[in-house]
Design a protein around this ligand. Structure first.
Ligand code: AMP
Ligand code: MG
Length: 318
């Protein structure tokens, strides 16, 4: 790669994608690294750039329900969910009906209509769906700041979309509708409670652990982990560690009501802020060479599950 075009011009970046280029762009969840979903060679390049295992499929991003219908079978439940939550941070796994879209040979495709206007404009400008995983080296925390994607992807991709519209934080909620029963594969900003209004019969993938089948290929990989060792602590444990370690050379803290002058420690007011800053906290802690990331347990509200899912994966490193 000779040069990377960094711009807010979605028309130019759309043309780059349509010609087989790779573009990094913001979404309302995290940054994505995308290629034309109908160009398999371009999609495979994403795996090389990210060092992503070749059996972990990508989510295809669409601008409308009609565009999804060109490639996938849409059940009544799928249409109801899409009408209710899209555009937005919900991914559905559907049965594909076209061979012309990149699925790593699977008979299913994960689809999402993002609500971030820059991202939607980019899909429209490209004129094709865009397949994209999160824009980060495989296994590392997803990037949620423009400065981080520019630092890492400059010279590695053809374009980077700039935007002032905020990126909210953790990855999309993933629901598998390709089998007899709907299964929640990954919790996210759209909570189980939100989904229950439209989809009362939802089974959590963690309740299916006795099954031999890997329900979502990506779930077997280590995710979201910084180099530093992550420890999730209840309020009492967190406070006592904060008291003794807040000025040491190895620790970094994210939690509620911490008053720190160190730029890598992160004070958050609620779970929504926690989602927004978790990954940049991990990135900053690594940059500052910290050995330990101490994370306060989130507040017990409807975002608890999605946050704990990411924190537990970071803590266990598998
Ligand atoms: P990311 O790589 O962070 O964008 O996350 C994409 C997630 O969607 C991974 O956990 C993938 O395994 C999952 N995914 C993508 N396509 C499929 C599919 N066809 N079936 C099941 N899960 C999928
Ligand atoms: Mg990812």
């Amino acid at each position: 790669m000779d040069s990377t075009l960094v711009t807010d011009d979605t028309a130019i970046l759309g043309r780059i994608l349509a010609k087989g280029g790779i573009v990094v762009f913001p979404t309302e969840t995290v940054y994505g690294i995308g290629a034309d979903s109908t160009n398999f060679e371009a999609c495979r390049r994403i795996y090389q750039i990210k060092n992503r295992p070749l059996d972990n499929p990508l989510i295809a991003h669409f601008d409308s329900l009609e565009q999804i219908e060109e490639y996938c079978f849409l059940s009544d439940v799928a249409i109801r969910l899409l009408n209710h939550f899209s555009p937005g941070p919900l991914t559905l796994v559907l049965r594909k009906k076209s061979e012309s879209i990149f699925t790593l040979g699977l008979d299913t495709l994960a689809v999402r209509i993002p609500s971030h206007t820059g991202c939607l404009d980019l899909i429209r400008a490209a004129g094709v769906p865009i397949s994209a995983p999160s824009a980060n080296p495989s296994g590392k925390p997803s990037y949620t700041r423009e400065s981080d994607v520019i630092t890492y992807f400059m010279g590695k991709v053809d374009g980077i979309l700039q935007s002032t519209e905020p990126v909210i934080g953790i990855e999309s909620t993933v629901v598998d509708l390709s089998r007899e029963i709907p299964i929640l594969l990954r919790p996210g900003q759209i909570s189980k409670k939100d989904l229950a209004g439209v989809l009362p019969m939802l089974t959590d993938v963690s309740d299916l652990q006795t099954e031999k089948v890997v329900r979502s290929p990506g779930t077997k990989y280590r995710h979201y982990s910084p180099e530093a060792k992550v420890m999730v602590l209840n309020e009492k444990e967190f406070r006592s560690l904060w008291e003794v370690k807040q000025n040491d050379d190895v620790s970094a803290f994210i939690g509620f009501h911490i008053d720190s002058k160190r730029s890598f420690d992160k004070n958050v007011a609620n779970n929504r802020e926690y989602m927004k800053f978790l990954y940049s906290f991990f990135t900053d802690a690594d940059k500052a060479g910290r050995t330990f990331c101490y994370c306060q347990e989130p507040i017990a509200d409807e975002d608890f599950e999605a946050l704990m899912n990411r924190l537990s994966k970071a803590e266990s490193k598998n």
